[in-house]
Each structure stands twice: as structure tokens, then as C-alpha cells.
Write a protein of this length. Structure first.
Length: 244
């Protein structure tokens, strides 16, 4: 009997998370946490979300269990990761998280695991592959539209390269929510720019040889009515577990 679509295992999608002090209920403690938007978007797209706290070792073993990886948003990447001195506007970094995510990404690329790198994640992707970052984007653009204020998302209109994976998922033009004061500066040699904002900010990059490695400077998980990019990741990861 032929198998049905329902017989196909849903892919396990790892999502990197924060390690921060937080309050909840009667407690205040160090927590591994992530906003629910990421988790819900993966579920809507047909995947099974797995949170990956930035602690411990075992990146090769972890990647072997996953079908796809999302590098989530978060704090500034340490400039030491791309060979620069810290700018006065660079905000508090998380070296332990940088170390964890750089290791995880390295193993994911070795395994040709589908990867969607979001906001900070796109910056991690670029820095890990030899690129650099603008440490304070308003210095280049002259405005704060990409992060109107801390905790408030901005809206950015993005033009995407025809035939790019990102354009195939969301179209050649999209309006997205963003919250960042840093962005890609020098592009890593193995990445291609596939999306820009009107002010020239790099909004999307794609790996030149991997089957599905995308970095976007915006937050697709914030749009609850448009899961196309997350669905593209899940589709790229569909049914890989039969060989595990």
C-alpha cells in the first residue's frame, strides 16, 4: 500500500534560544527561553520545534538528530568574532551563545542541514563564514527605521533577487517586521546577497552551494498570517529522517 502524506514524519526543527535571567510566576532565575512566535510558526509550518539552549557541548550529535535549524534573533554578536574592536554603540554581547551557535552552524553546514538564520542569526551566519557587520547601522543609514525603539518592531520593504530561494518563498518584494541596529557589512565569500532594503541594508543572503541555507535580517516569525519562509525551511527538511 502506498504511504500517505500523513505517514511522513514531521521534521524536527531546532531553534536556538536565549540564556537570560527572567521572572515568571513566583520565580526569578536564569532561564533558557525564546519568544513563542518562533515555536508557533514552526508548528503552523508543519514542523516539530525543539529549543536549543546555548549551553553544553555535543553539536555534532545534536545536528545528527535534527532535520532543520533556525538561528534565532538576539543580542549583538561579539566583534571579536569578525576581527574588529567593539564600537561604542555595540550592546552587551553573549560570548557563550556566540560560541554555541558558531559550533552548531559549523556542524549544520558540514551536514548540509537546512538552515534559516533570522536577524542575529543572519549576522552569525555571515560572521562565521568570514564576513563582517555594521556595528551600529544608523551610522550608515542616517535613521533608526530598522529599530524605531527597543522592544518595538519596525517595518521594512525588501526587494529580493529573482529566482533566489527567498524570492521563490515570499515573492520578489515583501514588507517585513524588523528589529536590529546591526547588519551585514562585508559579505562572506560563500554567501550571495539576495535581498536589500531601499537604504541599501542587506536583508537576505543565501549560501552558494548548500541546498537550503538562508539568512534574513527581518523576523518572519512575527507575521502570523504569512509562514511561507518557515514553510520553505520545513519543506526542505521533509522526510530526511528515514536515513537517520
Amino acid at each position: 500500500m502506498a504511504s500517505s502524506a500523513s505517514d511522513t514524519p514531521r521534521p524536527l526543527v531546532g531553534i536556538t534560544s536565549y540564556l537570560e535571567r527572567a521572572k515568571f510566576g513566583i520565580w526569578e532565575a536564569e532561564c533558557a527561553l525564546l519568544t513563542r512566535d518562533y515555536v508557533d510558526s514552526v508548528v503552523r509550518a508543519g514542523g516539530i520545534p525543539v529549543l536549543l539552549p546555548p549551553i553544553g557541548e555535543g553539536a555534532p550529535e545534536l545536528v545528527a538528530k535534527l532535520d532543520a535549524l533556525i538561528l534565532s534573533g538576539g543580542p549583538d554578536v561579539s566583534p571579536a568574532r569578525y576581527g574588529e574592536q567593539q564600537h561604542e554603540k555595540t550592546e552587551e554581547t553573549r560570548p557563550a551563545r556566540d560560541n554555541y551557535e558558531f559550533q552548531l552552524l559549523t556542524e549544520a553546514l558540514k551536514a548540509d542541514l537546512p538552515v534559516l538564520a533570522i536577524c542575529r542569526g543572519a549576522q552569525v551566519l555571515n560572521a562565521a563564514l568570514g564576513g563582517t557587520l555594521h556595528q551600529h547601522l544608523p551610522k550608515q543609514t542616517g535613521h533608526n527605521a530598522h529599530r524605531p525603539q527597543p522592544g518595538k518592531f519596525g517595518t521594512t520593504k525588501i526587494t529580493l533577487a529573482k529566482e533566489s530561494r527567498t524570492a521563490k518563498a515570499v515573492g520578489e518584494e515583501t514588507t517585513a517586521q524588523c528589529h536590529h541596529h546591526q547588519a551585514i557589512a562585508r559579505v562572506a565569500p560563500s554567501l550571495t546577497v539576495t535581498g536589500t532594503a531601499a537604504d541599501g541594508t542587506i536583508e537576505a543572503v543565501e549560501h552558494q552551494t548548500k541546498k537550503f541555507v538562508l539568512g534574513v535580517q527581518w523576523h518572519p516569525e512575527q507575521n502570523t498570517t504569512d509562514d511561507r519562509l518557515i514553510k520553505a525551511l520545513v519543506q526542505a527538511a521533509t522526510n530526511p529522517r528515514t536515513n537517520k
